[in-house]
Structures are given as structure tokens and as C-alpha cells.
Design a protein around this ligand. Structure first.
Ligand SMILES: Nc1ncnc2c1ncn2[C@@H]1O[C@H](COP(=O)(O)OP(=O)(O)O)[C@@H](O)[C@H]1O
Ligand SMILES: [Mg+2]
Length: 205
């Protein structure tokens, strides 16, 4: 069983979005997956409730709160953990010790990026079990590439693939579905997520 957690000391950086899409991608690759919502806001569980009202989509993986984790993870190949921003350094270290990979999403702004580096530092990782993931990257301009370069220069581990900004993310969330179910141009960030998850797969394999 592999255990992948999505963490950051900041909210709104695409932890839940990325966790949902990673769970979906893994099931499409043929794995049994449990997606665990460890956020008091219950973002993933609320998304699942919208999915239950969506006649065209039902999540092909188990979704459960952290409190119901024990039974939900029985027999699965992957446990994906979505966390809340207010996470203690002790919990971060514990998570990193138990995770095959900790993914730290960040948007391309100074507050998200500094939360990402603080999160990486708190993990204080000697085994390289975290990667920073750039999300919501503007398709115009070079801000994303520049942030990735700066982070790497400072010694942080950054995924080569990143996720561009796309209106489809909001549509998918509202519908209780994923980007893969969105039509035409609204699907765009799904291509990015597929590259990201392939890269993650090559790291944890
Ligand atoms: N690639 C993206 N393009 C556009 N909006 C995005 C993208 N990724 C995330 N968002 C938006 O950013 C907000 C925060 O995302 P969310 O996954 O809930 O973050 P977190 O779990 O870190 O708080 C949501 O409104 C989501 O729709
Ligand atoms: Mg969240």
C-alpha cells in the first residue's frame, strides 16, 4: 500500500483539487484508491456529496473522513490524504515519515511559495520524500518558471511538471466531477495533471 499526502501550511493552494485528481488518475491506471479528507472544512467530502447529486459522474474510489479511515483503506493500493492548512510541525514530520511522497502544492505568489518552503523545512527531510507542485500557473508570462527556478536554486525539490490555470477546475468542483469530464477547453489542466501524476509515479515506483 502506498501513501501519498497533499500538504501545505497555507490554504487555497490546490491541495484538495490535486488530491481528488490524483485519486481519479490512479483509478484510471487500474489501482484501488481511498481518498481521505483530513480537513475540518471537509472539502473532499462536500465534493463527493455534489458528485452523488451528479447523474453523469460518480467517483470511482472510496472517499472517507480521517475518522473513518481505518475501514476505508482496507485492501486499497493507494491512500491519498488531503490535509488542512493548520497542521503542526510534529504532524508534518509524522506524515512525511509515513508517506511514500508528500506533495506540497503552491500557487505562483509569494505567500503560497513561502508556505511551501516552510512546509518543506518542517518536514526536514533527508530522504527526499516531498516535492513542491506548482499549480494555477498563468499560461501567459514566465512567473511560474521563475518561481520553479528560484525554489530549485534554494535547494528545494520541485516537480518538473506543473498545472496551468484553467476555468475548468471550478466547473469540475461545482459539478462534483473532475477535469476529465469537462468539455473542450475546460479540460485543459487535466493534461497537465496527467503529466504531474506520471512524474510522481516515476518517483514513488
Ligand atoms: N489549476 C487551477 N486553475 C484554476 N483554479 C484553480 C486551479 N487549482 C486550484 N484552483 C482553485 O483554487 C481554489 C483552492 O483550491 P483547493 O484545491 O480547494 O485548495 P486547498 O485544498 O489547498 O485549500 C479553488 O477555488 C480552486 O478551484
Ligand atoms: Mg483543501
Amino acid at each position: 500500500m502506498k501513501y501519498i499526502s497533499f500538504v501545505s501550511k497555507k490554504g487555497g493552494v490546490a491541495k484538495s483539487t490535486s488530491a481528488i485528481h490524483y485519486a481519479y488518475w490512479l483509478t484510471k491506471e487500474g489501482y484501488e484508491v481511498a481518498l481521505i479528507d483530513d480537513d475540518a472544512n471537509r472539502t473532499v467530502l462536500k465534493w463527493q456529496a455534489r458528485a452523488n447529486d451528479n447523474p453523469k459522474f460518480s467517483p470511482p474510489f472510496v472517499v472517507a473522513s480521517f475518522a473513518k479511515m481505518a475501514k476505508a483503506v482496507a485492501g486499497v493500493d493507494f491512500v491519498i490524504l488531503d490535509t488542512q492548512a493548520s497542521i503542526s510541525d510534529d504532524d508534518l514530520k509524522d506524515l512525511a515519515e509515513d508517506s511514500d511522497l508528500v506533495v506540497i502544492p503552491t500557487k505562483v505568489d509569494v505567500d503560497s511559495a513561502s508556505a511551501a518552503t516552510e512546509t518543506a523545512k518542517a518536514i526536514n527531510d533527508s530522504k527526499g520524500t516531498y516535492r513542491i507542485l506548482l499549480t494555477d500557473v498563468l499560461t501567459s508570462g514566465t512567473a511560474g518558471a521563475e518561481l520553479a527556478e528560484d525554489l530549485k536554486e534554494d535547494g528545494y525539490l520541485v516537480l518538473e511538471s506543473f498545472v496551468r490555470r484553467g476555468e475548468g477546475v471550478r466547473h469540475a468542483s461545482l459539478a462534483g466531477a473532475t477535469l476529465a469530464q469537462q468539455p473542450g477547453k475546460y479540460r485543459m489542466p487535466w493534461r497537465d495533471y496527467q503529466k504531474v501524476f506520471s512524474e510522481i509515479h516515476s518517483i514513488i515506483d
